[in-house]
Write a protein that binds this ligand. Sequence first.
Ligand code: SF4
Length: 342
Amino acid sequence: MDGMAQDLLAWYDRCARVLPWRSFPSPYRTWLSEVMLQQTQVDTVMPYYHRFLAAYPRVEDLAAAPLDEVLSLWSGLGYYSRARNMHKTAKMVTECGTFPFDIKGLRALPGVGEYMSAAIASIALGIDAATVDGNIARVMARLHADPGPRKAMWVHASAHLPAGRAGDYNQALMDLGARICRPKSPKCGECPVESHCQAFADARVSEFPPPKKKRVVPEVFMHARLFRRDGFILFGRRPVKGLWGGLWEFPAIELAAPKPKVSAVKAAWRSEFGIDDDGGQLIFERKHVLTHRIYRYQLVLGVDVPEREMGPYSAFEWMNEAMLSKVGLSTLTTKALAAVRV
Ligand code: SF4
């Protein structure tokens, strides 16, 4: 076995993080955890993972659940396309009767890419495959003092792969990246593979990986209205494809400008919903930052009920508290709803 892998695994055997999806790994549990862990911290994922496993102990249970229920359980975890793909995958796996047994088959599942297919294959199926996520890419960039591209990190990770322990090796690298070889202030003094690290030897750790170019994130103005009727509130369901797909929210218009003119807001309400009033008092206001978009959100009291209920939505529903607890809501809508309840 390669010296780096040997030192890494010796450390992992002593200090591996105790995570619920690591005990009794199966394709279903590993897949569930990997879907949730994409762009999300372990501590955030933990309660969701337990909640999903309690509600859907088998992939067949997840496949049989209505999408609204799945999205409701997912509410607050973000990146909702993951939940929709997960639901689709559960149906496909249930129809086939089993999860695929190889990387190619896993890769064909919705939402399962190069990283995840190799992670599931190595951890749950014992296949000798290296994988590279953000943490592992950073560790490899530093170990080899290599600025990239990303493909090079796959070559490095594969070169160290210990036959027969690929799952542990991949998880050890994930742990190392999360706990020791962190993006800022890596703890090189505690690192089990320091003696194999080229960036450390060259005193150039801060140069790897090279900084990414900053993206310009567009700002969007979202103007929503609260319509009440006999203890019910009007909600629209976003189309299943796209941002917040399948989630319910207060009817709203969106404009591609952070501070549009009042006349532009009014015109959008008129064209989307046939509403021609100025709206009522401001109830809730928030700047909501996503990785690819910044929302300037306002919720105002609705005066006239929409003439055309559909607007940009696939469905409309007057809902009470009990109904709301069974559907998916974005974090932004949940916060706005909390302001309405006060
Ligand atoms: S020595 Fe430092 S930079 Fe190198 S792998 Fe360990 S923590 Fe990362």
